[in-house]
Design a protein around this ligand. Structure first.
Ligand code: SF4
Length: 333
């Protein structure tokens, strides 16, 4: 059964930091701060759309939830808890910084019915964290993650690829470090360079060039396979599309269907694995799950073209009852 979030954005509120990539207003697509009435409005809208409460969390995204003014945080939590109790939602989800977690905060969150906490780790390399003005260390991520799990919350970790002073090797190391922390969920955000950010200035000075979507997709596909092989769910891959991001982006890896792009790469890898050692003089039918046919063919049929470039004559077809990423190969008769 699908999981839903009733999302309430708490943009930049109370945040004393200046992360290199952040223009929080652009990311969340709104400029005003969230208040208790926004929680009520979001919940009522969700109820009108008949969301299934037992699969739905009230989610505070977009800022440093546990670092905002205490009075404001409690007011938002009180409003959320009120609807949690009435409608029996699955819980409350918050996202925050690793250095804004301690025992006292976790006690409060527990008392208000928070069930999941996501930390913006972004990188597990201290040099990269410093270069991107994150204001916390990799060790802060380790300590906060441990504490969150000890208190019994679901742990989510967010990482970015392609940050200033990073590279795919360092990003891979970050993923491996994150795996060691055993989060329940992960979000992977390839860096998108926005106007009015430090990364934007570095890009303008010619000191930084973030990998674009085409360059990031094969690497992020590898991360997706890595996390999922470890039983860690990747709940987001790529920044969600919004008009503000589209109008404010000046570089990096934005693509409105980035996950699909990555999954297309996984299909190509898996098809090539299945074809390894096969006679290139014969023709093959590649069967994939019917619903995944367009992903398997790749955007603009790039996978079919890539197979051809490797000397394989194949057609890709959908078939009932195949799992996601399950591939069957048959001779074309
Ligand atoms: S901590 Fe979060 S809200 Fe604050 S500047 Fe960094 S990314 Fe933006």
């Amino acid at each position: 059964m699908s999981h839903n979030n009733i999302s309430i954005f708490v943009p930049h509120k109370g945040c004393p930091n200046d992360c290199s990539f952040c223009n929080q207003r652009a990311i969340s697509g709104q400029t005003k701060s969230a208040a208790a009435q926004d929680v009520e409005k979001a919940v009522k809208t969700a109820i009108e759309y008949n969301v299934e409460p037992k699969n739905t969390e009230i989610a505070f995204f977009g800022g440093s939830f546990t670092a905002i003014e205490r009075e404001d945080m409690l007011s938002l939590l009180t409003a959320a808890k009120h609807f949690l109790d009435i409608h029996k939602f699955a819980g409350i989800r918050v996202s925050t910084r690793p250095d804004c977690i301690d025992g006292e905060i976790l006690e409060i969150l527990k008392n208000y019915g928070v069930t999941s906490i996501e930390l913006g780790a972004q990188s597990m390399n201290d040099g990269v964290l410093t270069a991107n003005r994150r204001g916390h260390t990799a060790d802060d991520v380790r300590k906060a993650s441990k504490l969150i799990k000890e208190y019994g919350f679901e742990l989510g970790l967010q990482m970015m690829t392609g940050l200033y002073k990073s590279d795919f090797q360092k990003d891979l190391q970050t993923a491996l470090e994150i795996i060691k922390l055993r989060p329940d969920t992960v979000r992977i955000y390839p860096t998108v360079v926005l106007k009015n950010t430090h990364l934007g200035d570095l890009q303008e000075m010619g000191e930084y060039c973030a990998p674009n979507a085409e360059e990031s997709a094969p690497f992020c596909a590898k991360l997706l396979r890595l996390f999922e092989a470890e039983g860690i769910k990747v709940i987001k891959l790529g920044l969600h599309s919004s008009e503000t991001v589209e109008s404010d982006m000046i570089g990096g890896a934005y693509h409105p269907a980035f996950r699909e792009l990555c999954e297309g790469h996984i299909y190509l890898e898996k098809i090539l694995e299945k074809l390894r050692g096969k006679d290139k003089n014969r023709q093959y039918v590649i069967y994939v799950n019917k619903k995944a046919l367009s992903k398997a063919k790749g955007q603009q049929k790039r996978n079919e073209k890539a197979l051809k470039n490797q000397g394989f004559h194949c057609i890709i077809k959908g078939k009932e009852n195949l799992e996601e990423f399950q591939i069957e190969v048959a001779d074309l008769i």
